[in-house]
Design a protein around this ligand. Sequence first.
Ligand SMILES: [Zn+2]
Length: 270
Amino acid sequence: MKSCHIPVTTLGFVLALAAPRVASGQSAPARGARPDPRAKAIADVVAANHILADRGVVDGYGHVSVRDPTDPSRFLLARSMAPELVTAADVLVHDLDGKAEAPPDTKLYLERFIHAEIYRTHPEVNAIVHCHSPSLIPFGVTGVPLRPLYHMSSFLGGGVPVFDIRAAAGGPTDMLVKTPELGRALAKTLGQHPAALMRGHGAVVVGRDVQQAVFRSVYTELNAQLQAQALALGKKVVYLDQDEAKKSEESNNNTLARPWELWLRRVKEK
Ligand SMILES: [Zn+2]
């Protein structure tokens, strides 16, 4: 079949017809109509961008993607822009080489290789957040390990590795993961963990779905705030132990829709 570039505006127009209805969670497809999983995933990307901006996890920078439910070798990520401004029309289909279906002059995120290489390396991951959320930064540069000190961040019980781009690149860089090689190195550092810190930069957080990735991103940031407060209060901090963390995470994983619905309501009320 002849390959073609779908104009962003045209693609967005088609997607926008379906996306807002699905994103709201208020209306199901008409009886007999086949649900469109890609439109639902695009609506999720838009919602996740807005929620993470509202929660302070991303600002003018940072991005979130969802693996394409119709093709696991592709993922859905906005064009290069501020997360809070993303609409369905801005979400592009990317492949695992970081190429996107868009006109040639479309600006893509320089760090899309974070997403491409994590999806390539970790088939269990279906959503990825890259952020520079401020409370995480000190834990990436001091050697103080980020650890769960309350139940909402129990998913951190297995530890949070730190990616050092200088070691991965073999020398100084502009700190951005903008090549497939650096993306692969970051995916390797991440391993099976839910999150990895990026020294002097930010973090990457993953999930089995978008709700889990967003939940983890919000509570990784909150845990970092609380852990810094606890460490300032006293040297001895009692963290969740391995068994507590495991049991708590299993419990939390059954309720991820609850905060998602609340956070989505908040951004829709704006
Ligand atoms: Zn970044």
